[in-house]
Design a protein around this ligand. Structure first.
Ligand SMILES: [Mn+2]
Length: 327
C-alpha cells in the first residue's frame, strides 16, 4: 500500500483523470468521485466522472449531471482511472475497461479491501472515502467551496448513517463541522438521503414489516421480499438496500438481515449488526463489506435461501463459527 503523501504527489503530477465509484453508487461513492472532480478541476486538470450504473435521481447535489453513464464499452484511453470506495472489479459494467486502464489508482476504506492498481490507498479506519478525499484536497491546497463541501459532507453523512454508526468519531464530526462553514445545509441533505421515500416504498415497507421474523429471543431479525412483491408495489428492488435499517430497529436485534429478490432467482442479502462480525458472515457467503454492515448476492429460491442463511446465522450467533450452508 502507498502513503497518502504518494497519492497526493500522484494528483500533483498527473493532469488527466477519470473518477469511478462502485456499482449502484451510494452517497460516499458519489461524494468521493465528485469531490475529486471539483477539486482537481479547480487546479486546471482534465477530469471526467464515469459510472456503469445509473446515477441516483433522488439527490439534488451539484455535479451529478457531470457523471457520464456508460453502461457498455468503457475505455480509459490515456487517462488515469481513479477507483473510489471499492476495488476495481466492483465497478459494475465498466469494470473490464477500468481494470485494463494503463494507469490505475485505488482509494478505499473497506475492511479487507485488498486494493488493486499502480497506486493503492485503503484505510479501513476512515469512516468514509469522502474523508480520505477531504484529506487529499487539503494536502493539495485546494480552496474549498460550497460544491466541494456539499458532496464531501453528503458522502460522510451517508456512510455514518447520519452520524449514528460506530464509525462516527470526533475527527469525523470536526471535518463535517468544517464543511458546514462553506454553506452546506444539513437538514435538506439528511432528509434527501434518509427520510424522503416514495409512496410505493412506504407501502412496501409496511407490508415487509408486517412479515418481520425474529429468532433467538429477537437477537436475529429478518425480512424477505420476493420479486413479485416488488412488482406489486411498483418499487424498483435495486433502490431498497435501506430496508435493512428498518429491520435493525428491533430493540433486541444483534443481527438484522434483509433478503431481496432483485431479479427472479437473484437474492441480495443485506446484513447489519451492532457488535457481531457480519463482514465475516458475508464473506462466507461470497460477499463482503464492513464488520457491522455487509452484504452478499445469492442465487436460488427465496424461501430456501432465507431458510439456509437464517440457520447458518443462528448457528453463528450460538457458536461463533461459520458452517457450510445446508437445507
Ligand atoms: Mn464508503
Amino acid at each position: 500500500m502507498n502513503s497518502l503523501q504518494e497519492i497526493v504527489q500522484f494528483f500533483r503530477e498527473q493532469d488527466n483523470f477519470i473518477f469511478v465509484g462502485h456499482e449502484n453508487p451510494d452517497p460516499d461513492s458519489l461524494g468521493s468521485m465528485l469531490g475529486l472532480y471539483f477539486g482537481l478541476s479547480k487546479m486546471g486538470k482534465q477530469c471526467r466522472v464515469v459510472s456503469g450504473d445509473p446515477v441516483p435521481t433522488d439527490l439534488s447535489w451539484p455535479g451529478l449531471s457531470k457523471i457520464e453513464y456508460i453502461p457498455e464499452g468503457f475505455e480509459a484511453g490515456e487517462s488515469c482511472v481513479v477507483v473510489l470506495d471499492c476495488e476495481p472489479h466492483r465497478t459494475g459494467p465498466i469494470a473490464p475497461g477500468v481494470q485494463a486502464a494503463k494507469c490505475l489508482v485505488n482509494i478505499d476504506h473497506h475492511q479487507r479491501g485488498r486494493g488493486e492498481g499502480d497506486l493503492v490507498y485503503v484505510e479501513p479506519r476512515e469512516a468514509a472515502t469522502s474523508v480520505i478525499v477531504y484529506r487529499i484536497l487539503q494536502e493539495l491546497g485546494v480552496s474549498f467551496d460550497l460544491e466541494i463541501a456539499t458532496v464531501l459532507y453528503g458522502g460522510i453523512l451517508g456512510d455514518t448513517g447520519g452520524f449514528r454508526h460506530a464509525n462516527t468519531n470526533s475527527e469525523v464530526l470536526a471535518i463535517a463541522a468544517e464543511l458546514l462553514k462553506f454553506g452546506v445545509e444539513p437538514a435538506p441533505m439528511a432528509r434527501e438521503i434518509f427520510s424522503s421515500q416514495p409512496y410505493g416504498f412506504l407501502k412496501l415497507l409496511g407490508y415487509a414489516l408486517s412479515n418481520l421474523h425474529a429468532a433467538q429471543e429477537g437477537k436475529l431479525v429478518w425480512m424477505s421480499i420476493s420479486f413479485e412483491e416488488f412488482e406489486q408495489f411498483d418499487v424498483p428492488p435495486e433502490n431498497t438496500d435501506h430496508l435493512v435499517s428498518f429491520a435493525r430497529m428491533l430493540d433486541t436485534a444483534e443481527v438484522a438481515m434483509v433478503f431481496r429478490e432483485v431479479k427472479p432467482g437473484e437474492i441480495r442479502l443485506g446484513l447489519r449488526a451492532n457488535q457481531v462480525d457480519v463482514g465475516a458472515l458475508a464473506r462466507h457467503l461470497g460477499g463482503g463489506g464492513h464488520k457491522l454492515a455487509s452484504g452478499a448476492t445469492l442465487v436460488g429460491d427465496l424461501a430456501q435461501v432465507t431458510r439456509e442463511v437464517v440457520q447458518l446465522t443462528e448457528d453463528y450467533l450460538r457458536t461463533g463459527e461459520l458452517h457450510e450452508r445446508h437445507s
